[in-house]
Design a protein around this ligand. Structure first.
Ligand SMILES: *Cc1c(COP(=O)(O)O)cnc(C)c1O
Ligand SMILES: [Zn+2]
Length: 428
């Protein structure tokens, strides 16, 4: 890994060689989340947008391997993760008085959420470390992703999720053959438990914002957004060979803050490489009942000054009392001039059918929160109509049918004859 210079603590800035520490900064314990530092000059000398323009997309995130913290010859899992579609959403845009809105559908990943980007990295790093067993705490999706990616390479996964996780997610864990332990407690409890258990049993730990490599997997979405925007009609091939197009604003649903931190990292990489010439404003969207980062942002707190709060929202994937990746999550918004916004559970639910009917993409509540956040930002006058806006749809609606069904009426039951249908259609 010559292209990786080391790991830098997000609290004290201390730098470590990759084999010097296993997960976090020793001076700051479990809060000392590390950021991977790259040798951009070395990467740039051997890798370029022009090369990528000629590189196949069916390798998903691995087409960016020179920008990922894995050994060049490390085997990668066979499932296709990433290179998810970026759809233009003209009807959504128009309904909000905007010109350019795109949605990125990460629900089409192998286990139907954005978390596959991180779990793919986890599996590679676990195998590099020679681990036989990988574990994670999760609200559901990270574990489903780990279970699926681990199954694809024959690794054993052990999963710790709150017993209240949606049944579809637990079904995924079980079907992929993971050992599943339902924790009688919150996600935060499951997280603490996994830290102890992994140390005790010597398992490879994928925990978000503890394992420094998860943000690195997640950052690939930022690369894709820029590369895909560049491929949009209206841009010359010439431009695509040298520089990528950057959106003006990206809406990200936020729980632990690992996705938003990863997205920020991806754009920072591209800026450092000179592949883009500006940063987008990053907008973090939280549910009202789990909005510790909105509070911290409003009050000007640093991540290490935050304290645990109760978390309760229908959007289970963004329910986090003490967001684990809070340092990176606050930096993403502060350093790009974005904002943190809260949306209510009702606004989240309302967004699900609106997104689906205007784009064809069915989202789980946490993903729909990103769009509810765009609606809120427009209401607050934070968005210019000309801006290029990307909304990250992070997970499939099939993950949580109970929530989706709250937003629609039960269909009528009809007798199997024409008259009954006429009566229901109101033209009998
Ligand atoms: C995990 C998750 C999020 C939030 O990601 P964080 O890194 O916890 O902020 C958003 N949407 C979905 C569907 C998720 O699974
Ligand atoms: Zn430190």
């Amino acid at each position: 890994m010559d292209h990786v210079l080391g790991l830098k603590c997000t609290i004290c800035g201390a730098e470590y060689a990759v084999d010097e520490v296993s997960y976090v900064c020793p001076k700051h314990g479990d809060d000392g989340i590390l950021d991977v530092v790259y040798d951009y000059a070395a990467i740039k000398a051997n890798f370029s947008p022009m090369q990528l323009a000629h590189s196949p997309t069916d390798t998903g995130i691995w087409r960016y391997k020179p920008l990922l913290p894995v050994a060049p010859d490390s085997p990668v899992p066979p499932l296709r993760v990433g290179w998810t579609p970026l759809y233009t959403a003209p009807r959504l845009a128009e309904s909000l008085g905007l010109k350019n809105v795109w949605v990125k559908d990460d629900g089409i990943n192998p286990t139907a959420s954005f978390k596959d980007r991180a779990s793919a990295l986890a599996v590679v790093k676990a195998r590099e470390a020679g681990a036989q067993i990988v574990t994670t705490a999760s609200t559901g999706n990270a574990a489903a992703a780990l279970a699926g990616l681990a199954a694809s390479v024959g690794l054993q996964a052990v999963i710790f999720v709150p017993k209240t996780a949606p049944p579809a997610k637990i079904a995924q864990h079980l079907i992929y053959g993971a050992r599943v332990l339902l924790v009688d407690g919150t996600y935060d409890d499951a997280f603490e438990l996994t830290l102890k258990v992994a140390k005790e049993f010597g398992w490879y730990n994928r925990n978000t914002a503890y394992n420094p490599y998860m943000s690195e997997g997640k950052k690939t979405a930022a690369y894709e957004i820029c590369e895909q925007l560049t491929l949009t009609p209206g841009h010359s091939a010439y431009q695509s060979e040298r520089r990528w197009t950057v959106p003006d604003r990206v809406f990200v649903p936020v729980g632990d803050g690992c996705i938003i931190g990863g997205i920020h990292k991806g754009f920072r990489d591209l800026l450092a490489l000179g592949w883009i010439d500006a940063m987008p404003k990053i907008m973090g969207i939280q549910a009202e009942g789990s909005s510790a980062l909105v509070d911290a942002w409003e009050r000007g707190l640093q991540g290490w000054e935050m304290t645990p709060q109760p978390a309760d929202t229908i959007a289970d994937s963004i329910s986090a009392g003490l967001p684990r990746d809070r340092n990176k999550a606050l930096a993403a918004v502060r350093e790009t001039g974005g904002a943190y916004l809260r949306v209510s559970d009702q606004e989240i639910l309302d967004a699900i059918p609106v997104i689906a009917r205007n784009t064809g993409v069915f989202s789980e509540p946490a993903a729909a929160a990103a769009y509810a956040g765009l609606v809120k930002a427009v209401e607050k006058g934070l968005v210019d109509p000309e801006e290029r806006i990307v909304v990250l749809l992070t997970g499939s609606g099939l993950k949580d049918i109970d929530s989706a069904m709250k937003t629609v009426a039960q269909p009528p039951i009809v007798a199997p004859n024409l008259g009954a249908v006429r009566a229901v259609m109101g033209n009998g």
